[in-house]
Ligand binder design. Structure first.
Ligand code: CP
Ligand code: NVA
Length: 313
């Protein structure tokens, strides 16, 4: 079967569900859609189609890039706050999934529970896209990979180092990197390491692609020789109450110039944003010449348009 046929109607919940070929196909399509959009070539692949967007957490990039993406593809996107839907009053997920499948052509959801998203996907007859859960953020990683290709010309053979909280970003980056053939090194403080199951899964994918996986408590060890240095907030959405405690636990994990010097001389700095300058990253680094954070933000639009076209056309 051709990759394009394999993708039609699929859910996009976790990069572990996608093969290397499928990920690379989506990245190629993202580059093509970006080029067309820059040249003013319209590409209304999803004319007449509607994407529902359910949000149980805040968002700037995800909401705006999906909404603009659907508009540019000739369709429309509908914002729904989880609080205002009947789910918020206890309507079962299976019923919600079957009802929304009668109106919509796809759903993007940002929420807490991965299990809830899986249940939604199990009962819906339309593609469900994970727009961030407590455990995963796969759309961000597709935009990140598009950005890495633009700056480094390839993915395979590079080393990605992640420094900070072992969170949803870390998990999707680890799985994605191992799948596409990048070495991945993660440094987190004790108690904030990436999920053990995800680490095991990453090692399994890494065996297939022959890449190296390192999980450590030492930022310098992780960053040594890296082509990409990535970080994210120390307290994710839903963990606001732990902010003060985390500030102390993460001391020594700031990505600053001194740490960047341990990476390759041409290493780039990445962050999914929103960022906290002076916590997980110094202003000097995120606002400096190696930072590609706004390219990552822009590529949310293009990478997600590729996902929408592949799944919903
Ligand atoms: N990076 C990201 O997902 O940003 P938002 O929370 O603004 O959507
Ligand atoms: N880890 C962060 C990512 C935000 C895009 C969070 O979940 O809040």
């Amino acid at each position: 079967m051709m990759v394009v046929d394999q993708l039609k109607g699929r859910d996009f919940l976790c990069l572990s569900d996608y093969t290397k070929d499928e990920i690379l196909y989506l990245l190629d399509l993202a580059a093509k859609l970006k080029e067309e959009q820059k040249q003013g070539i319209l590409h209304p692949h999803l004319a007449g189609k509607t994407l529902g967007m359910i949000f149980d957490k805040a968002s700037t990039r995800t909401r705006v890039s999906f909404e603009v993406g659907m508009y540019q593809l000739g369709g429309m996107a509908m914002f729904m706050s989880g609080r205002d839907l009947q789910i918020g009053r206890g309507e079962p997920i299976p019923d919600t999934a079957r009802v929304l499948s009668r109106y919509l052509d796809g759903i993007m959801i940002r929420t807490f529970s991965d299990k809830m998203v899986k249940e939604l996907a199990d009962y819906a007859s339309i593609p469900i896209i994970n727009g961030l859960t407590d455990m995963q953020h796969p759309c961000q990683v597709m935009a990140d990979f598009q950005t890495i290709i633009e700056h480094k010309g390839r993915l395979e053979g590079l080393k990605l180092a992640y420094v900070g909280d072992g969170n949803n970003m870390t998990h999707s980056l680890m799985i994605g990197a191992a799948k596409v053939g990048m070495d991945v090194a993660v440094a987190s403080p004790e108690g904030y390491m990436p999920d053990a199951g995800v680490t095991e899964m990453t090692r399994k994918f890494a065996e297939e692609t022959g890449v190296h996986v390192l999980v450590t408590n030492d930022p310098a060890e992780a960053v040594a020789g890296a082509d990409i240095v990535y970080t994210d907030v120390w307290a994710s959405m839903g963990q606001e109450a732990e902010q003060q405690e985390r500030l102390q636990k993460f001391a020594g994990f700031e990505v600053n110039e001194a740490l960047m010097r341990k990476a390759k001389p041409d290493a780039i700095f990445m962050h999914c944003l929103p960022a906290h300058r002076g916590e997980e990253v110094s202003a000097e680094v995120i606002d400096g010449p190696r930072s590609v954070v706004f390219d990552q933000s822009e590529n949310r639009l293009h990478a997600q348009k590729a996902i929408l076209v592949a799944l919903m056309k």
